[in-house]
Design a protein around this ligand. Structure first.
Ligand SMILES: [Zn+2]
Ligand SMILES: [Zn+2]
Ligand SMILES: [Zn+2]
Length: 465
């Protein structure tokens, strides 16, 4: 920021703060956004109507608010875009996952006694990449393959990589790496998952001697899943899989459907799941999961569920790339600038998705619209309908809390009717943005210190113990 801008910012803050009453009103409204980095500005009116008489019993209008606009939090999931809204999303994601593990938010606590496991599904190899490798618990050299690749590059890497090494996830040879295969695999994860749930159902049915229809009458599979990017640009799927009684999802299924049966069914089903590969010659054979399959049974004692919920919630707010370059959809003009901001490997993944997006036979994968996610389409955190609560009901509960603690009296027969339109995005001035940033930082620091004090001696202020 130049000296002139700084002068302007200070002048704007002075204007905002010069009328204490106005400033308090603005601060109250701004705080209601959680000090969002880019709030949406809305103009309009909401009438509250008594449904028995049709009488208007209350009016809420933007005209009466500071700057004549209603500020609403942007609600973005990415910390790189809005730190405060992303913290709210992360907290909601945690509640959503945790409720399906141990109850709460309208889910009975007995849910924790259902057969349940934590499953990580990986991507296969599309070419050797630099990685942290371990042998009998000791970190060892990265690549131990001999000789040279067809492009004359040494296959061997003598480094023992540290976690901050820029080379991690980068291919040993870009020309050897199957970029097309990697992008199409990311784009097929949703279909692979769908087929996996069917395969697990088949295994369950066979093992207890039921038809699939009979199985559906006895037991249901519920799940929550989160997608995480690896440094090599391929996604991993972390998922909680739970068995419920078919008639009542709050009930434990009958004794035949125990944790051993679920574990055996998943272990047998996943390696055989196949998805037809699109008709382009680069891909040998059908699409499948990687060989590495992690299955952890969840015990009802609570220790593991808590860490699993935190782990999944953290992944749900992570960006595809550390700088957040790929947080938005891309346009053709963005492609030339990728190399300045992304690693050569990630830039090539994006470009490959863009190029494949032009092929008519891959039209259904909409790879240009999903080039910024390296081909992966869909949501980061998804769940089956019966797994637990929803983001919408968590948000509604929060809004209800504000209503219940607000100044307006309202009866249960009231209905509200509103008409609102978009007037812009972001704070009204640089001065307001500065005030919001500072307040957001203050409240984050306060939360961190509170956590630190709770954690007790031995903890560090950033929350690590
Ligand atoms: Zn926001
Ligand atoms: Zn290496
Ligand atoms: Zn090569």
């Amino acid at each position: 920021m130049t000296g002139q801008d700084e002068g302007l910012e200070v002048a704007e803050i002075l204007v905002r703060a010069s009328d204490p009453e106005q400033f308090d009103a603005w601060r109250h409204r701004a705080r209601a956004t959680g000090w969002c980095a880019h709030p949406v500005r809305l103009v309009g009116i909401t009438n509250r109507i008594d449904s028995s008489t049709g009488e208007v019993v209350g009016v809420f209008r933007s005209d009466e608010l500071p700057d004549r606009v209603l500020l609403k939090a942007c609600g973005h999931r990415r910390a790189t875009i809005c730190p405060t809204c992303s913290a709210t999303y992360q907290a909601d994601a945690y509640q959503l996952v945790a409720a399906g593990l141990r109850g709460g938010k309208g889910i009975p606590e007995t849910i924790g006694e259902h057969p349940m496991l934590f499953l990580t599904l990986t991507a296969p190899s599309f070419g050797a990449v630099h990685a942290i490798r371990q042998h009998h618990g000791r970190e060892v050299r990265c690549q131990i393959a001999r000789g040279r690749c067809p492009h004359g590059l040494l296959r061997r890497c003598d480094s023992t990589h540290r976690p901050d090494d820029q080379r991690l996830g980068q291919p040993i040879c870009q020309a050897c790496f199957d970029y097309r295969g990697a992008v199409i695999w990311n784009a097929s994860v949703g279909e692979l998952w769908r087929r996996s749930t069917i395969a697990v159902q088949r295994q369950l049915a066979t093992r207890v001697g039921l038809s699939r229809e009979q199985l559906r009458e006895s037991v249901r599979i519920s799940y929550a899943k989160v997608v995480e990017y690896q440094r090599r640009g391929l996604v991993h799927v972390h998922t909680l899989v739970r068995l419920d009684d078919a008639a009542d999802p709050g009930e434990t299924p009958d004794g035949r459907f125990d944790l051993t049966l679920l574990t055996d069914a998943v272990t047998a089903a996943i390696p055989g799941v196949r998805c037809p590969s699109p008709d382009i010659s680069v891909l040998p054979g059908p699409i499948r999961w990687g060989a590495q399959l992690d299955i952890h049974p969840i015990s009802p004692d609570g220790a593991v569920p808590k860490s699993v919920a935190g782990y999944l919630a953290k992944y749900a707010t992570k960006s595809t790339d550390p700088a957040g370059v790929l947080d938005h959809r891309l346009r053709a003009g963005d492609l030339d600038r990728l190399d300045q901001k992304l690693s050569p490997h990630m830039a090539r993944m994006v470009r490959t998705a863009w190029e494949l997006g032009a092929l008519p036979q891959l039209e259904h994968l909409r790879l240009r619209a999903w080039a910024h996610t390296l081909g992966f389409r869909g949501h980061w955190l998804t769940k089956s309908r019966r797994y637990s609560t929803t983001f919408a009901s968590l948000r509604a509960a929060r809004q209800q809390w504000h209503l219940d603690h607000g100044p307006v009296e309202h009866s249960p027969t009231d209905i509200t009717m509103g008409q609102w339109s978009y007037s812009g995005r972001g704070w009204a001035s640089e001065g307001d943005a500065w005030l919001a940033r500072t307040a957001a930082e203050d409240s984050r620091t306060a939360r961190r210190v509170a956590r630190w004090e709770l954690a007790g001696p031995g903890a560090s202020p950033d929350g690590r113990v």
